[in-house]
Write a protein that binds this ligand. Structure first.
Ligand SMILES: [Ca+2]
Length: 492
């Protein structure tokens, strides 16, 4: 621009010199330059040409030495200096913008190189997936899809930034689209194989469970709760973990179960009693529905000092338990938490003498079935073998007693169903087995093998509820429930 300005000045000077030269005249009068054609100049006669028009209005004067002096006015049209300046500024601005755009393009180029690498990686992955059709999962596809979506988004942004004129970006976009289609294709192929098979398996498993449930239901349908016209337990369902006891994981010993009360007819009542110091029945809670139990919402929380072991049961709104440090049966009114009766169980061993295998302080294990209240214990006379007594729940007197030949400390727990004792033993940390039965109706013992799956290692207590024909297990602090299946009596 400086050059243009300089050129302009030079022209101006040349013009001025020319004028000066042509106007060194002896004429005493001021003359208009338009009259110059009459006057001979050193360069020859001046001709009135159009480019001289801007000088038409220039007036001059002669000084004392006869030199013609004049001011020259150069109009815009001849030399637009201000416009040139504007152009100069504009050019500078454009130059800056150009630099910015150039740097952008170099950044995009780097980005594109990065995406190309990623696409290459993804392509390799897909090729691998295609080759090894067994090892991939739905999740793999989802991840690939996400990556592709992300790249699509970025490339679209790039396209907009570069006004869609960049060939590389266009190519990239097309490649990503192709990749997306490829993944869909591979996945659709898979759907007919691995995923379809997996879904089929899941569906079959569901069907199987439904089938099992309806079979159990239909089997139980023949034996409505309260009746004993069946041939005994044939199967124990998988454990259904209800919840951890409300006092927490540290309270591994305890008992729980369902009961009914004449004070609340038709209500689904539950009791939970985690033991204090792994020995004492002290705090217990009562719940008025299964939902309440799940939500830890209780109608009553009581304290009683003390019962021994996890062998307590609740029957008709009374809790029956082994009174601490004695062979006594305690009868606790759950309405008022008062001990209404206490009576010794004749000859019963107590204070952890013949408790169950792996379970302490449970010398007296109470049970409830369709026939009423029972207690499962040992005596010195029975040499530690299981003794079963039917108890009159009103006065706690023994109605009848049965002695078995099964050593109690080798049994892990026991419960009564329709007057039949079922005893369990430990198989391993995950399985327990009902292996022994004693029918008080016929005074006969039997051997069975019904597996009970455990969630935790030790079954601290197992109580049957004749209300819903379920087994309530306190499994190392967890409240667990099992459905029981009974076999029909085969007519002779
Ligand atoms: Ca029991």
């Amino acid at each position: 621009m400086q050059f243009l300005k300089a050129t302009g000045l030079l022209l101006l000077l040349q013009g001025a010199l020319a004028v000066n030269a042509s106007t060194v005249l002896p004429s005493p009068t001021n003359r208009r330059l338009t009259t110059l054609p009459d006057i001979p100049s050193p360069a020859g006669p001046l001709k009135p040409t159009s480019h001289l028009e801007p000088f038409a209005n220039v007036t001059g004067s002669l000084d004392d030495h006869g030199v013609c002096q004049c001011s020259v006015y150069l109009p815009d049209t001849a030399f637009p200096v201000d416009r040139v300046e504007r152009i100069e500024i504009l050019a500078q601005q454009l130059s800056v913008k150009f630099d910015i755009e150039i740097s952008k393009v170099s950044q995009y180029t780097k980005d594109i190189e990065l995406y190309e690498k990623r696409i290459l990686n993804l392509t390799k992955k897909i090729e691998y997936l295609e080759k090894t059709s067994v090892s991939y999962t739905e999740l793999d596809f989802q991840l690939i899809r996400l990556e592709i979506q992300e790249m699509e988004k970025l490339v679209t942004q790039l396209k907009v930034s570069l006004s869609g004129n960049n060939v590389i970006v266009e190519q990239l976009y097309v490649e990503i689209k192709n990749l997306s289609l490829m993944v869909t294709e591979v996945e659709s192929l898979d759907k007919h194989n691995i995923l379809a098979v997996r879904r089929e398996i899941a569906s079959l498993q569901r069907k199987l469970q439904d089938c099992e449930a309806s079979r159990n239901q239909s089997t139980n349908h023949y034996f409505p709760p309260g009746t004993c016209s069946h041939g005994g337990i044939v199967n124990v369902s998988q454990p259904y973990m209800v919840q951890l006891n409300w006092r927490g994981f540290g309270f591994k010993q305890g008992g729980w179960g369902r009961y009914s009360s004449p004070l609340a007819p038709g209500k689904e009542l539950y009791w939970v009693a985690p033991l204090t110091s792994a020995r004492y029945i002290e705090y217990y809670r009562l719940h008025e529905s299964f939902d309440d139990l799940l939500l830890f919402k209780y109608s009553k929380e009581y304290r009683y000092q003390y019962g021994d072991g996890s062998g307590a049961v609740v029957y008709n709104n009374f809790m029956y338990f082994n009174v601490y440090n004695s062979r006594d049966i305690g009868k606790l009114d759950l309405n008022t938490n008062t001990l209404v009766l206490r009576r010794a169980l004749p000859n019963a061993a107590f204070n952890n003498r013949f408790s169950y295998a792996g379970v302490s302080w449970q010398d007296l294990d109470f049970a409830v079935d369709e026939n009423g209240l029972w207690v499962i214990y040992s005596t010195e006379a029975s040499t530690g073998n299981i003794v079963i007594s039917k108890i009159n729940e009103t006065n706690l007197e023994v109605i009848d007693t049965w002695e078995t030949r099964q050593y109690r400390p080798s049994v892990s727990n026991a419960f009564m169903v329709c007057g039949v004792l079922y005893a369990t033993r430990i198989v391993n940390t995950r399985k327990e087995e009902i292996f022994y039965t004693y029918d008080t109706n016929t005074r006969t013992e039997g051997r069975v093998s019904i597996i009970i799956d455990k969630m935790m290692e030790t079954i601290q207590s197992a109580d049957y509820s004749p209300i819903d024909r379920r087994l309530y297990v306190y499994n190392d602090g967890y409240l667990v429930r099992h459905d029981l299946t009974f076999q029909p009596i085969i007519p002779a």
